[in-house]
Design a protein around this ligand. Structure first.
Ligand code: MN
Length: 715
């Protein structure tokens, strides 16, 4: 176990300004609080935080990180509270310790590939300060190094799996290659011990039979570089058992076929040198196609830069070669941790490609307030996301600002559609609540529930929005469909036809519509009229305008054109010369209360005040003209229109015309609108003097036995 002064010396070695007192106090405090606690290995528990702190000194971390490592298990495993830590060590350390403690509490129940990726993002987002994650990785590294002391094989396996799926990729993500490689190898030896042993044996065999291949190849590469007057640092190694094993898995090749098990790294002074040496290597040795990658011109997202190539090397072996500068090398090995070295002036981050890293480093140094620090050091790319858990422990990533409804739709669209409420961390919350990182969300559903249009105001995910809109559309559609059905039924009724399935099928065919619902919706939305549907089925049926004129020999039917015999319209107060005509919908009669509707270019159309047509002009009061009859001028006859229902029996039509004639009316037009076995519905136009005259005729008709109903037409 590292002694107190050793730890301080190691930190002082790379950071002479480190807060010695803070580290000393943390060391003593942690030792006191962990007291006699023991690890599974039997070692005092306190050895663990000291080792973790020791690992961090390899990466030259600042004193706050070292202190955090010393205290990282203290809140979770001892009587000490976060407040104690804050009082004794200040806000910065308390915040870091809190961050590591939070991370420690979160585990994925099922590590599936999809979940693992989300979980990694979640841990990054939760590690509001990148140092939290670095401490966590060192913690995991030490736990993996001592994994063999845990007795329960299932527990060992779970930890190893989590390391492989979550923490090794995270170490790679923030660029700490060393930790990534060691974590992978430790996890590999736990998860696939047999495979690892056989790969190691195979490597040993090759070494015995081939001699020191790595050394020979390094010599040759060295001569090559010196030959052109460059100096470089060359290292060579056999690949780790895990990377060999993975290659065998991915490429499905056997160990024998897997020839490039050696990798060499050449570290040079400048970028130009890298490309120059690359040229030399490709000239001297045959290049293996498809393996060349230039991460100098196009760095990886974590800031990694290098040139990778594979060639058939000096010993006829396939070898992998990486070329990079010293600065690139430090970034590659230490990643974010390299920051603390640059701070000491040990190196310079070069090139624009390191922007993300440089920004992170700048922020770490320049943030003024804790809030600002917190705000900025969340890794930028995850700032727009929140990660929440289902009750089963599934992790769901949502855009920032998302609420329970978004969560519900992310789980399943049916869950979203039937969502009635939500519990967040066990408490019922309004559906418009915004979710926070790490919230556990339970959606309450009811089969009777339907999406509410109001949800649209607060959901942020496209999926939720799309489902809510679709549902609103469906609702509206159902209403239009019902309305359309009514309209079509009435249209057929009006024409005296039954709305049969056959008729509807015909209409669908005519309009090329797939189903009845579509037809009704079109009518409901006004894109088709009921009458159009009717005419599609019965194109031969006559419309009101061209009705069959029934010639009744008994009636005095006017042969001349409809309006030809009518006198000039006897209406007062009109501008002379203005065209005026009585509307054909309601046939106003002198004595009716009337109103005029102006039709630009056509004059004024006169309607009775109760004509149904007037509704069409209700939005245009400007077009309404006040009118009155000029009784003194009314010397002629006007046309009145009646709707009649007459019994279908011999003599009925005869008595109709007789009654009208007897009352000095003159039938000018007559048409049937409906014929059934028992009744005729018809419209009869009668020339009368005025409204009183027509009223007399109506009264007389109502008294006639074979006439069932008489009404004035109203538009
Ligand atoms: Mn720990």
């Amino acid at each position: 176990m590292m002694r107190q002064f050793e730890l301080v010396e190691r930190v002082k070695a790379y950071d002479p300004t480190a807060d010695e007192d803070l580290i000393n106090r943390a060391y003593v405090y942690a030792m006191k609080m962990h007291g006699s606690q023991k690890r599974a290995s039997g070692d005092p528990y306190f050895s663990h935080p000291i080792e973790v702190a020791g690992i961090l000194t390899n990466y030259k971390l600042d004193s706050a990180s070292i202190v955090t490592a010393l205290l990282h298990d203290i809140v979770e495993d001892t009587l000490a509270t976060l407040d104690d830590v804050r009082k004794l060590f200040g806000d910065e350390v308390a915040r870091l310790v809190d961050g590591v403690t939070k991370l420690a509490k979160i585990h994925l129940q099922n590590i599936e590939t999809k979940q693992a990726e989300n979980f990694r993002k979640f841990l990054l987002a939760m590690s509001e300060d990148i140092r939290v994650l670095v401490v966590k990785l060192a913690d995991r590294l030490h736990n993996m190094r001592t994994l063999q002391h845990i007795a329960d094989p299932a527990k060992r396996r779970t930890i190893a799996l989590e390391t492989m799926e979550i923490y090794a990729p995270l170490a790679e993500r923030i660029g700490i290659q060393e930790i990534k490689t060691e974590l992978e190898d430790l996890a590999f030896s736990q998860l696939h011990p047999d495979a690892r042993v056989s790969i190691l044996n195979r490597l040993k065999y090759l070494e015995l039979h081939g001699g020191d291949l790595v050394g020979k190849i390094m010599d040759e590469l060295d001569q090559l570089i010196r030959g052109v007057g460059l100096t470089g640092y060359i290292s060579g190694r056999e690949k780790t058992p895990y990377s060999i094993w993975r290659k065998m898995q991915i490429k499905e090749v056997s160990f024998e076929q897997l020839s490039d098990i050696m990798a060499f790294r050449i570290i040079l002074e400048t970028v130009e040198d890298c490309y120059r040496v690359l040229g030399l290597i490709h000239t001297r040795y045959p290049m293996v196609p498809g393996r060349f990658k230039d991460y100098i011109s196009t760095p990886k997202r974590n800031g990694y830069r290098s040139i990778h190539t594979a060639v058939i090397g000096p010993q006829r072996q396939r070898i992998e070669i990486q070329l990079r500068t010293h600065a690139m090398h430090e970034i590659a090995e230490l990643g974010v941790a390299a920051h603390w070295q640059y701070k000491q002036g040990l190196g310079v981050v070069e090139g624009k490609q390191y922007n993300w890293l440089r920004e992170l480093l700048d922020i770490l140094e320049s943030a003024q307030s804790p809030q600002e620090f917190l705000e900025h050091t969340k890794l930028e790319m995850f700032q727009d996301q929140v990660f929440c858990f289902s009750p089963k422990g599934d992790l769901i990533a949502l855009p920032r600002g998302a609420g329970p409804v978004d969560f519900a739709y992310a789980v399943h669209s049916e869950v979203g559609d039937t969502c009635v409420g939500a519990k967040v961390n066990g408490r019922i919350v309004p559906l418009r609540t915004r979710l926070q990182n790490g919230d556990q969300v339970e959606i309450m559903t009811s089969k009777a529930q339907r999406p509410s249009p109001e949800w649209e105001a607060f959901v942020v995910t496209g999926k939720a929005r799309a489902h809510i809109r679709r549902w609103i559309r469906q609702e509206a559609r159902a209403e239009f469909s019902k309305l359309g059905q009514d309209i079509v039924e009435k249209a057929f009724q009006k024409e005296g036809y039954e709305l049969t399935k056959k008729a509807l099928a015909l209409a669908l065919e005519k309009f090329a519509l797939p189903n009845l619902d579509d037809l009704y919706v079109r009518v409901g939305e006004g894109r088709l009229s009921g009458r159009q549907v009717f005419l599609a089925v019965y194109p031969g049926a006559r419309t009101e305008k061209d009705d069959n004129i029934v010639n009744l020999s008994q009636a005095r039917v006017k042969q001349a054109g409809e309006n030809a015999a009518l006198p000039a319209v006897p209406i007062k107060g009109l501008t002379p010369g203005l065209a005026v005509h009585l509307s054909e919908c309601c046939h106003p009669l002198p004595g009716d209360r009337i109103v005029g509707i102006a039709h630009p270019g056509k004059g004024i159309e006169v309607h009775t005040i109760d004509c149904e047509k007037l509704v069409d002009f209700s939005e245009e009061p400007d077009r309404w003209v006040d009118l009155a009859w000029d009784f003194e001028r009314n010397t002629g006859m006007s046309l009145g229109r009646l709707n009649l229902t007459v019994a279908n029996e011999p003599g009925a039509l005869g008595s109709l015309s007789t009654v009208i004639a007897r009352n000095h009316g003159n039938i000018s037009n007559l048409k049937f609108t409906k014929r059934s076995a028992d009744f005729f519905d018809m419209i009869v136009d009668i020339e009368v003097a005025d409204v009183k005259h027509l009223a007399n005729i109506v009264a007389a008709l109502r008294a006639t036995p074979s006439i069932n109903a008489v009404d004035r037409a109203r538009g």
